[in-house]
Design a protein around this ligand. Sequence first.
Ligand code: DAH
Length: 340
Amino acid sequence: MTNIEKIAAEIDHFQIENNEQLEQFRLQFLSKKSELQTLLGQIKEVAPEERKAFGQQVNELKQKAQQIFDEQKERLESSVVFAGGAEDYSRPVPTPGLGSLHPISVIMNEVCTIFEDIGFHIVDGPEIEDDWHVFSALNFAEEHPARDMQDTFFIELRPDVLLRTHTSSVQVRAMESQKPPLRVICPGRVYRNEVITARSHCFFHQMEALYVAENVSFADMKQTLLHFAREMFGAETEIRLRPSYFPFTEPSAEMDISCKICGGKGCTVCKHTGWVEILGCGMVDPNVLDSCGIDSTKYTGYAIGIGIERMTMLKYKINDIRLFFENDIRFLQQFKSTTL
Ligand code: DAH
């Protein structure tokens, strides 16, 4: 193992400025007689319990050396040097590596487009919010645990100001500033005072959908949800609604989709049930409509809250939420095919 580390450091520090150095690099790391090649030959002799790790490391190193060699060879070949030693400055500039959309943005855009196509408009709201828009207007009881510092980030000097814990706060702003009929989506980042683990993070993304008009029914919501699930996860996707509770909707439900990983047969992602929960939803509680200045005897509405990380993890089969926020280029590059 110490040999591997030594060679890895040598590879990292090797300067390749001309063809002689390139050849030197090849002899030292890639030729039959190189130390690296010798290590490859030794894999068989390593104790069985260490063999896998050893083999993997040696092979990764070999690939790395080969990649550096290929890149540098191409670079040297493409940089035409005139007899006098000057570079040809009229050559086209090499294109810098293009970035790509973050997987969360890809899925956020996809979710927004599905709703925009059926008449929803995007509205935006602040991430630093007040108690009214995050809790009170949404019918949260005074002693609700979400109002506790254990769950929510408050601003120390202004106890009334906090980081929004959900995008439902934006539906309040939309209802306060617009008259029904109202059909909006509110994408954005939210914050919670959570321990960071593979499944939870202290910030993540949600998208809220809200439809308020005359005679909006639970059946309307269900149809919209089925449309959304099938657009997002494919035409064969099934949904099921389970009764739930949220202070701002009545009745409330959680929606599951048939598991995309195992096709409904049962696996660890769906905990062997064949179903995966993807969102919360319900009919806007009349108290909420009244708090926002909308006549609850005349109008009804539904609201839907979608967790974007969860959706992205399911879509791309990612099992650790922390990967989204580490900005490790090796992770991000896997989404390169997605257009900017
Ligand atoms: N705001 C909820 C949360 O963050 C999600 C949610 C559930 C939004 C139900 C809704 C809804 O609009 O109807 O957990």
